[in-house]
Design a protein. Structure first.
Length: 210
């Protein structure tokens, strides 16, 4: 696997306006070839999406989805730039796909920046303890790889889309940005499941000792 330097990632980012993680992935997939990496981003719609990411998205819809005969429910807010796109059938179908995915895949956060730093630090310590004795640079690479996978289980944008596991949800969002020509943002969601334990509930239901 090619060693992808921060400078190369930065150069690709400046050319495409794609996110740092997307640029790094593109360069990794193309063995560090800048031209092929740019083509990779364009094929996924990420390059064009990156150019629209700074545009304000204040329209959109709040949608719901009920799954398993009322056992699981999802509320999601997804924003776009104009009311015209918010009413578009392609956008509506995309929103429906996202609510279905959330119901099935149970993400906890939209993106990495919402994950508590304390949680990540705890996971890093656990992963590092699992590979004690290996060279420090090897440990760091192994731990970083495990953390990336950990984010992939928690964060909606990094999960594999249930209808097409070859795409992440972020890839799917970017494809719709390219198709509809507007910035699209999954702003927030809530997932409910019948019988799930609420914060503090277990303690509250524990009988007090006499």
């Amino acid at each position: 696997m090619a060693d992808i330097s921060p400078a190369l990632v930065k150069e690709l980012r400046e050319k495409t306006n794609a996110g740092m993680m997307d640029c790094k992935k593109a360069l990794t997939e193309t063995a560090g070839d800048l031209v092929k990496a740019e083509e990779y981003l364009r094929k996924k719609g990420i390059a064009s999406a990156g150019k629209k990411a700074s545009r304000v998205a204040k329209e959109g819809i709040v949608a719901s989805y009920i799954h398993l005969q009322g056992k699981v429910g999802v509320l999601v807010e997804i924003n776009c730039e104009t009311d015209f796109v918010a009413k578009n059938e392609i956008f509506r179908e995309f929103v429906k796909d996202i609510t279905l995915h959330i119901a099935a895949a149970s993400p906890l956060y939209v993106s990495r920046d919402q994950v508590p730093g304390t949680l990540i630090e705890t996971e890093r310590r656990i992963y590092a303890a699992q590979v004690v004795g290996k060279p420090e640079n090897i440990v760091e690479k192994i731990v970083d790889g495990k953390i990336d996978k950990f984010y992939g289980t928690l964060c909606l944008l990094e999960q594999a889309f249930i209808k097409n596991p070859d795409l992440t949800i972020k890839d799917y969002v970017n494809s719709k940005i390219a198709e509809l020509g507007e910035n699209i943002v999954i702003r927030r969601f809530t997932r409910y499941m019948v019988g799930e334990e609420l914060s503090g509930e277990a303690q509250a239901e524990t009988p007090a000792e006499a």
